[in-house]
Each structure stands twice: as C-alpha cells, then as structure tokens.
Design a protein around this ligand. Structure first.
Ligand code: A3P
Length: 325
C-alpha cells in the first residue's frame, strides 16, 4: 500500500473530488462518527438557536437590541476585529471553521432554556447562506424582517450617502434606481445593492429549500417601528422562549428621536445611534411609482408565499398591492 505526503495527498484527493473543496460544516454532535472524534473539551451548545437574517435597513438593529433585553436571550460577542456582525455563513469567514464561529458565543448556563442568536443582515439575500446555515443549524429558527422594499432601497441609498459613497452623492435616488445597463459600473453597483435585497420572495424561497416553513417567521418591520411591544410578543411566541417578557414596560417612545427606545431605570430613553433613524426628505412620488412597479411581481409572490405559510400580511404589503391593482 502506497501513500503520499499529506499536502500531495490532499491535492490528489481534491483533484478527484473537486466539489469537496468548498467545505460544508455540520454540527459534530449530530453524527456519532463526528462526535467521537470531537474534542471532549468542546461542546456543541455554543451555537445559536435562531438567526436574524436581515435584510439591511429594515430595522434589524432595533430588533437585535430589543431581543437582547430579554433575560433568556443572548446575542453573540462582537467581533474583536470589526466590532460588527459575525457574517459567518455568507463570505470568507466561513472558511475559518466552526471553532471560530462558536468562539463568538458564550457557554450557555442552561442549554435548553437559554436562547443564543446571531444577526447578520446580509444573510437573507446571500446565495450560499441557507444551505450552509441549514447544515450547521438544522433546527434553528429564522427571522426575516421586511419593510416595503422601495423604502428599504431608499434607506440604503441614504446610508450610502451618509458614508460618502461617490455614486450616491453624485446621483439622485431616481437616477440610481432607473439607471440603464450602459450606466457606469459604480452606479450599477449601487443600484444592485439598493434593489436586489428587496426581491424578498426569491430570497425566502431559497431559505425554504433548506428549512421547514414552521422554522421561518416573517416579521413586519413597519410594525416593529410603530408597535414594537406587539411584534416582540409574536416573536417570543414563535421562538418558544419563556418567560414572555413584557416589552410594553421595557420600551418608551422618544419624541425627539421619533422612535421607540429602551427605557432605562428612572424612565430615561436609550435610543439607537445617529445612523439608525436618519432624517432625510421623502422619496419623490415618481420614484415611488417606479419602484412600486419594479417590485410588483415580487410583492405578489411574497403575498402567495405568506399565504402558503399561513402567516399574516404586513400592512405595507397589502397597501402596496392595492395601489398597483
Ligand atoms: P432609516 O435610518 O433609514 O430610518 P437596520 O438596523 O436594519 O440597518 O435598519 C435601520 C432602520 O431601522 C432605520 O432606517 C429605521 O427606520 C429603522 N428602525 C426601526 N425601528 C427603529 C428604532 N426603534 N430606532 C431606530 N431605527 C429604527
């Protein structure tokens, strides 16, 4: 019997099985063969029970901050490098492996009653994420937070202006969303990142290839903004977390911010930072009409999907479809 040194052996192996070059991490505790060779020092409990998958600009930071007020719910530690979301499943971080991912989570004091979660707002529209997430977290629950995709696109455009993106500074929102294929690449890039996450039904169907309908909750982002206590009650029931935390007492509406904020001891509000809940002019009516038309089919598909799942329709979706019928 002949063999090769490890690196050459690996080269040979991946020549024969090229599809295995891209790893697919599974939970070591779900397969006895894996568990047997998994270090005794390690635990499979340092994994999230649910994911908030985005998309960006729908209120994901508010949802995240409200969730962490719950005594039984814990989010991941912040990345020591970026201080931002982990973004494990969607990009190069995936190649750091599951120990890297698990290090973002504490050892739960009680694995059955503690609810750990992770929020990475670009998971929803990432091609690779649902398959990877389902391989590692097959029993996880998935929360998607949706607002009118036209408003989402506009919020993203304003976000890019605030970050001095030249394409956003040099073009109106109308120019961005209506740009044709011969427009400069930076304009088309901004257009894609404004519009693509809002084709919600396409993205959600991809998640439903890998997760059962009962594992997915579509949360109305407009309602989270107007009545967070009600939304948080529904979220808790969906997650099955106990005790049911009373958000009516934990939150307060701040008039100067114009948003709901955490109520601190003594009743003072603690709101999200300046980059959440920006002030900017209303969207021009012709741009709104353009986007209503642009998203019409996708919103129709979203309606069918929600009906299929037996989940209620967000008011914004109802209104959007009425205005186009
Ligand atoms: P705008 O700044 O465009 O108004 P995300 O956290 O996913 O990036 O979403 C940001 C959006 O969350 C904000 O967009 C804001 O409208 C919305 N939002 C909802 N509830 C909020 C809250 N309680 N405080 C601040 N922003 C909130």
């Amino acid at each position: 019997l002949q063999t090769l040194p490890p690196v050459q052996l690996a080269d040979k192996y991946f020549q024969i099985f090229p599809e295995e070059r891209d790893p697919l991490w599974q939970n070591p505790c779900h397969d006895k063969r894996h568990k047997d060779i998994w270090s005794k020092e390690k635990t499979c409990d340092r994994l999230p029970k649910f994911l908030v998958i985005g998309p960006q600009k729908t209120g994901t930071t508010a949802l995240h901050s409200f969730l962490t007020l719950h005594p039984a719910i814990t989010s991941n530690f912040l990345s020591p490098v970026t201080f931002e979301e982990i973004q494990f499943f969607n990009g190069p971080n995936y190649h750091h492996g599951i120990d890297w991912y698990m290090d973002f989570f504490p050892f739960p004091s009680n694995a059955s009653t503690d609810y750990m979660f992770e929020k990475s707002a670009n998971y929803l529209d990432s091609e690779v994420t649902p398959r990877r997430a389902a391989a590692l977290l097959p029993r996880a629950k998935i929360l998607a937070l949706l607002i009118n995709p036209a408003d989402r696109a506009y919020s993203w455009y304003q976000h890019q202006r605030a970050h001095q993106d030249p394409a956003a500074l040099n073009h109106t929102f109308h120019q961005v969303v209506t740009a044709g294929p011969s427009a400069p690449p930076e304009l088309l890039g901004l257009q894609r990142r404004s519009l693509a996450p809002g084709t919600y039904s396409l993205h959600l169907e991809r998640w439903l290839h890998h997760y059962q309908p009962s594992q997915l909750l579509i949360v109305d982002g407009a309602q989270l903004r107007s009545n967070p206590a009600l939304v948080m009650e529904g979220v808790q029931r969906f997650l099955g977390v106990t005790p049911i935390f009373n958000y009516t007492q934990a939150l307060t509406f701040d008039d100067s911010k114009g948003f709901w904020c955490q109520k601190l001891e003594g009743g003072r509000p603690k709101c999200l930072g300046k980059s959440k809940g920006r002030k900017y002019p209303d969207m021009a009516p012709e741009t709104r009409s353009f986007l209503t038309e642009y998203y019409r089919e996708h919103n129709m598909e979203l309606l069918k999907l929600l009906n299929r799942l037996g989940q209620g329709l967000p008011t914004w979706l109802r209104e959007e479809l009425q205005s186009t019928s």
